[in-house]
Design a protein around this ligand. Structure first.
Ligand code: NAD
Ligand code: TDX
Length: 350
């Protein structure tokens, strides 16, 4: 019997992790703690919210006292920490929010865990979910390994790098049992449509311009979100204390090639003549500090913990497009309100 605190469980990746754990481990009690920012959506968990081993806590990780009280009240033995501000463009317009949630929020959780666990770390684990963006940008060749030096360029990646450093520091200084994973770009159902893939699916559907930053030559390594959740399950249960694991799909695409594949599949699904959606492509001003290429070597995870991605990209992207097309209500709901204001501001001067 475990009592696991999962933070950010109403967000994109968090909701897939919560679902996996609630369904796969009926003897674990799963506590989903989420502030429900614009990115958090309890509708993502409708199918499991009635289960006996699922609990929701609305709280802000920036509130250190609240975190300590929650640990005292529930005595969690494990944390899987996903709550974060996660969009690079928002970090450029509002860096402080990223410092508060990603850095201060993470340290608050470490303090609360440390205070509650005292020095009895038997059966305890603090699992911090991070990103490949902390490693910076690659040229045309090479991969990020677990020991690649950190070199973040955006306020988002700098805040994630900082939180990773604090997690390791609490392990080395206070013996808090931690594990960290750094994953490449995720895609799949329930991703907020500010990120490339769901934004472009939504825009194609509504015949809106597709704003490609710069020349569209930046490269990302895409992993289906359910495969990330599977990796988190494996690392949570079998990862070594104080270890880091890179997670990636070995699936690199330039943005423009990926966008063209999406346009072509969307033409087919929407019954449009081939080539119609591509006409929506609009080249806009590049993102400031835009990293050229990310590519993860996940050899350690594959060799030591036997994890491999379950889906090929061609299958994953079709599943994803089908999901957004058949969940138009989900998209309409999340694209109303705050998001519309953000969208107008983000793309106004291009
Ligand atoms: P997301 O933005 O979809 O979800 C973040 C969740 O955190 C939301 O539910 C939000 O309400 C919650 N949250 C934000 N601030 C909070 C606060 N102060 N207190 C409590 N809850 C708060 O993000 P995501 O894409 O699901 O990413 C989850 C984690 O995985 C993040 O740590 C991110 O850095 C990391 N990650 C993401 C990707 C990716 O491609 N999306 C890749 C690698 C790593
Ligand atoms: O409108 C756009 N036009 C465009 O050309 C948007 C939103 C993005 N892009 C480009 C920028 C990137 O090169 O597409 C690529 C992917 O962009 P995002 O979806 O914003 O992802 P990225 O910046 O790569 O970061 C993502 O992966 C790592 C997540 O948002 C992070 O949370 C994760 O850590």
């Amino acid at each position: 019997m475990k009592k696991i605190l999962i933070t950010g469980g109403a967000g994109f990746i968090g909701s897939h992790v919560v679902r996996l754990f609630v369904n796969k481990y009926p003897n674990y009690q799963i506590y989903n703690l989420d502030k429900l920012t614009y990115a958090g959506n309890l509708f993502n968990l409708k199918d499991i919210e009635h289960k006996d081993n699922y609990h929701f806590i609305k709280a802000d990780i920036v509130d250190g006292e609240a975190m300590q009280h929650l640990f005292e009240e529930h005595n969690f033995d494990s944390v899987i920490h996903l709550a974060a501000e996660s969009h690079v463009d928002r970090s450029i317009s509002n860096p402080m929010e990223f410092v508060m949630t990603n850095v201060i929020g993470t340290v608050n959780l470490l303090n609360a865990a440390r205070q509650q666990w005292k020095n009895d770390f038997e059966g305890k684990r603090f699992y911090h979910i991070s990103t490949d963006e902390v490693y910076g940008s690659l040229g045309e060749t090479g991969f990020f390994y677990e020991d690649t030096a950190y070199d973040p360029h955006s306020p988002y990646s700098a805040s994630k790098a900082s939180s990773d450093h604090f997690v390791r520091a609490y392990h080395d200084t206070f013996n808090v049992p931690v594990v960290i994973s750094n994953c490449s770009n995720n895609y799949g159902p329930n991703q907020f449509p500010e990120k490339l893939i769901p934004l472009f699916i939504n825009n194609i559907r509504h015949n809106k311009p597709l704003p490609v930053y710069g020349k569209g030559e930046n490269v990302r390594d895409w992993l289906y979100v359910v495969d990330h959740a599977r990796a988190i399950d494996v690392i949570f249960h079998r990862g070594g204390d104080g270890e880091t694991y890179n997670i990636g799909g070995h699936n690199e695409w330039t943005n423009i090639a990926l966008i063209k594949v999406m346009c072509s599949i969307m033409d087919e699904k929407l019954g449009r003549t081939e080539g119609t959606s591509e006409q929506l492509i609009t080249y806009v001003k590049d993102r400031a500090g835009h990293d050229l290429r990310y590519a993860i070597d996940s050899g350690k995870l594959q060799k030591e913990l036997d994890w491999v991605p379950s889906l090929q990209f061609e299958e994953g992207i079709r599943l994803t497009i089908d999901w957004y097309l058949s969940n138009q209500q989900w998209l309409d709901e999340v694209t109303s309100g705050n998001y519309l204001k953000y969208y107008e501001h983000q793309y106004e001067s291009r």
